[in-house]
Design a binder for this molecule. Structure first.
Ligand SMILES: Cc1cc2nc3c(=O)[nH]c(=O)nc-3n(C[C@H](O)[C@H](O)[C@H](O)COP(=O)(O)O)c2cc1C
Length: 207
């Protein structure tokens, strides 16, 4: 699908068909595209918990203000972001060296730089994790739409409860939930969108 069509077509679906399931193959295909998302230093902090078992979806719904789409959707994805920037640094920078993009010295320095980020405040590393992981969630939404699937990003959940119920380690931020499945009925039309003249500032922010 052409990007213009995709951007217009993607919606946060309100109603999911609880009788239709997505397959393992579809999931694998979706995440093939999600993995191509951009991230700071290419450090790919995202990890995803896919919840398809009805009992587990019910547990997740209880952590998400009882939103019906949590159990109606075929799969719920818990988008997590590592707050440790250096978690994959060795591998990522070794690959840059192997491909000849970095010298061994630059590779080593890069690992050292992001390892030092471990000393930053919890808040800084939390924001760092959320930036890239949220972009991966956007990729998931677009990939789903391109594959004819319905989706919905969700912030209506209690992170502490989700962490506890789904064994998400403390070093990861619970960034977002994404519902995936099939549309039960079409959404209402989109709400208004704020215009270019209001959302785009040129050269500096003008209040
Ligand atoms: C970060 C974020 C959190 C959201 N949380 C919820 C949610 O908890 N439940 C829900 O039904 N929709 C949720 N939405 C969907 C928005 O309501 C939806 O994106 C918005 O109304 C625009 O509609 P559209 O995506 O169809 O263009 C969320 C969207 C975003 C980006």
């Amino acid at each position: 699908m052409d990007f213009r069509e995709l951007a217009r077509k993607r919606r946060s679906n309100d109603h999911f068909d609880p009788t239709r399931q997505i397959s393992d193959h579809q999931l694998e295909e979706l995440f093939e595209f999600v993995a191509l998302s951009p991230s700071g230093y290419d450090l790919q902090p995202w990890e995803f918990v896919v919840v398809r078992d009805p009992a587990n979806k019910a547990r997740l719904r209880a952590c998400a203000f009882n939103q019906p789409k949590v159990t109606d959707a075929s799969a719920m994805v818990i988008v997590c972001g590592s707050k440790d920037p250096a978690r994959h640094a060795e591998r990522v920078f070794a690959d840059s060296v192997a491909k000849g993009y970095y010298t061994p010295e630059t590779g080593k320095k890069s690992v050292e730089r992001v390892t030092k980020w471990r000393e930053r405040s919890e808040e800084e590393n939390r924001v760092w994790a959320v930036r890239s992981s949220a972009l991966s969630a956007m990729s998931l939404l677009y990939a789903a739409c391109d594959m004819g699937l319905a989706s919905c990003p969700m912030e209506g959940f209690e992170a502490d409860k989700v962490r506890k119920e789904f064994a998400i380690p403390e070093g990861f931020e619970v960034v977002m939930l994404v519902a995936l499945g099939y549309e039960a009925k079409p959404n209402r039309e989109r709400r208004m969108r704020r215009p270019y003249s209001e959302i785009v500032h040129h050269e500096k922010f003008r209040a």
